[in-house]
Design a protein. Sequence first.
Length: 309
Amino acid sequence: MRENAKRILVLDAGDLFFKRFSHPAPENELEAITEKARLIIDCFNLMGYDAVAIGDDDLSLGKKFLLELARKAKFPFLSSNLFDEESNKLLFQPYLIKEIDGMRIGIFSLLSPDTFTSPSDPRKKGLIIRDPIETARAMVKQLNSQTDLIILLSHLSYPKDVELAQKISGIHMIVGGHSGVHLSNPPVFKDTIILQTSSKGMYAARFDLTLLNNKVSFYNITTKRSLEANLNKFQNQLASVQAPEAEKAQWQKAKESIEKALQQLEGKNYFTNIIPPLSQRTEDHPGIKKMIDTYKSKFPETGKSVSPK
């Protein structure tokens, strides 16, 4: 699906495989649930994913089954702070470094222990979740000398993403999950861009970076377009012969302020972000459609919600 897209990274922030179970998965649904998870891996293999994070709901059937899925994937599962309790070793690969057009991009992932609201949550069985803030500091220190850009796949929640961006410098993008906040206009905190879309696979966000220099700070092109629109408005108002001079003086001051802001953006790197909905009109990949149709014929009731494109 992305044979010629060598300048694209395809990433997921977690909660990929299962819906949220308020109780352990029903025994009579286990076959359908496990087959669906394997189907999702097959679909993501065809889509050419680069990496996925581990979310709390991905652990719904336990670490053993998740490790089985990881072996089936042609892309790495990433988690920098999820450890096996018995061996005290990381359960998955802690980070990934990808090179795109000569730019080295480091990607790591964090899971929040706060997403497990009950101390006896069975999803945590046999696992240790290390402190996300301390892990993030260690990962930035480790990746900083090896990379030009650092991306965090976060399953911390949007408020925690904001907190982390304000506490730790050196993370240039946070691709967030868990909260399902729809950020069509991504905020920037201390040179960290925070990205997130609505949950349940309803949207596929496309984030584009335009690099004009080697400084890893960016602005939203929407900001520039808004400034330009306001500048045009004040220029038209100033051209009015009937406006009082006092108002014209205010407009002139606003115009000069906008011109100064636009000058400060000149030559800087910028980004665009679009989040198109995945609807029935979205073109199906023939190989994926065939696999989904096979699954639905085997599990006609549970197959209703399976719709990767």
